[in-house]
Every structure is written in structure tokens, then in C-alpha cells.
Design a protein around this ligand. Structure first.
Ligand code: SF4
Length: 217
């Protein structure tokens, strides 16, 4: 099967399984989404959703969050890990949004990635999920699945993003990145599969005998 045929099969199967994948991080506006995505680095979405109600009660907008003492933010977000760095980033970016962006989350990759604690993946999630701009945030899970499905050689996440963007039309990206995440959670975790169990791998690689080794992000 050619790479484009594998991509078509993946798209079809994921559409069938997850026709309308929900956004996993609870939020009420673009600012709370930005903060939730920042908190989700090296933390589960479930845990982020447990801490954000208390955090957003104090600061659901950049103006309000900018006034919350950084120690208070740290205390609330501690269960998410990397809390000293994340609390500082949340406090600083809130002040920057107030001072330089009229208290709005900017709608550009460049401006988002200039904010403290915001990398390309976080910016891509916000652009896709808050503003509906086609983006393909690639995390370790998407990086792994794309390799297992033979859609990239897995050199690094940047290359995986470029390869996926070439294979799938932009109109599919925002939903597709969520669909792949849900598939990874349900069927295709980091360990415990030899690459021959599901319909996707069985169809793409009917002769696969050995486990598919993947490069880490
Ligand atoms: S067969 Fe294994 S590696 Fe392939 S999609 Fe299914 S769970 Fe993932």
C-alpha cells in the first residue's frame, strides 16, 4: 500500500470511530484554553481538568490572572508538575497579554510562540481549537502513531508535522489531530502492541511480523 493510500485509510477509519472528537481540555475562552494547554505539558488532560476550575475561578481572563500572586498560581497547579516554571509562565504571559495585546490572546503563531511557556505545539493547539485555523499539533503520541502507520520516518516532531500536513488536506487537520490522540489513548499506547492488532496496521501492513520500532519525540 502506498503512503497516500495508508493516509486515506487512516482518515476513513478515524472518521468512523470519532466523528466529532471533543476538545479534551476544559476551558471557557481562548485564554483559559491557552493556560490549560500550557499546563498539559508532561501532564494528563484529566489532571489539568482537575486543577483548572480553582485556577480559572481566580483568573479567567488575562486581566484577572495578572493580578493573582504567582505563589497562589503555583499552589493550585502543583499537581500538574513543573509548577514553578508553569506558574511563572502563566503569570508573565497574562501580564504581556494585558500590556501588549489589549488583553486578548493573539491569533498568530508568531505572537503566541513569543509568549513565555508557549512553544509551537501549544500555539498550534490554540490556533486550531480556539480560532479554527488549520494546524497540526504533533505531540509524542501523534509522533508515535504516525510512525506505526508509516506516514513519517519519525526523524523528529517537526518532520512528522510536515509529513502529516503534506498527506492530509488542511480542512482535516484540526479534527484529525484530536482523532489520532483519541485512537492512541484507546488502542495504541506507547507499549504493548506489536503493530499487528488493529484494522489500520493489519490493512496497511498485512505482512508485518515484527513489532514496529518507533523513534521518540
Ligand atoms: S496494530 Fe498496534 S500499532 Fe497498529 S494501530 Fe493498532 S495498536 Fe497501534
Amino acid at each position: 500500500m502506498k503512503k497516500t493510500e495508508r493516509a486515506e485509510l487512516v482518515l476513513k477509519q478515524l472518521k468512523k470511530l470519532y466523528p466529532n472528537p471533543p476538545i479534551p481540555l476544559d476551558h471557557t475562552n481562548s485564554f483559559t484554553l491557552l493556560v490549560a494547554v500550557l499546563l498539559s505539558a508532561q501532564c494528563t488532560d484529566e489532571r489539568v481538568n482537575q486543577v483548572t476550575p480553582a485556577l480559572f475561578k481566580l483568573g479567567s481572563t488575562p486581566q484577572k490572572m495578572a493580578k493573582v500572586p504567582v505563589e497562589k498560581i503555583l499552589e493550585i497547579i502543583r499537581p500538574c508538575g513543573l509548577s514553578p516554571r508553569k506558574s511563572k509562565a502563566i503569570s508573565e504571559l497574562s501580564k504581556i497579554l494585558v500590556d501588549q495585546h489589549e488583553s486578548q490572546v493573539p491569533q498568530s503563531f508568531e505572537a503566541l510562540e513569543a509568549l513565555p511557556g508557549v512553544g509551537h505545539k501549544t500555539a498550534s493547539v490554540v490556533m486550531a481549537q480556539a480560532f479554527g485555523v488549520p494546524a497540526f499539533p504533533v505531540d509524542t503520541h501523534i509522533h508515535r502513531l504516525a510512525q506505526r502507520w508509516g506516514l513519517t520516518n519519525g526523524k523528529n516532531v517537526k518532520q512528522t508535522e510536515a509529513d502529516l500536513k503534506k498527506l492530509f488536506p488542511p480542512s482535516t487537520w484540526n479534527k484529525l489531530h484530536l482523532q489520532i490522540i483519541f485512537y492512541g489513548r484507546e488502542f495504541c499506547s506507547a507499549r504493548g502492541c506489536d503493530g499487528t492488532k488493529c484494522h489500520i496496521c493489519r490493512s496497511c501492513y498485512p505482512n508485518r511480523k515484527k513489532p514496529k520500532r518507533t523513534n521518540k519525540a
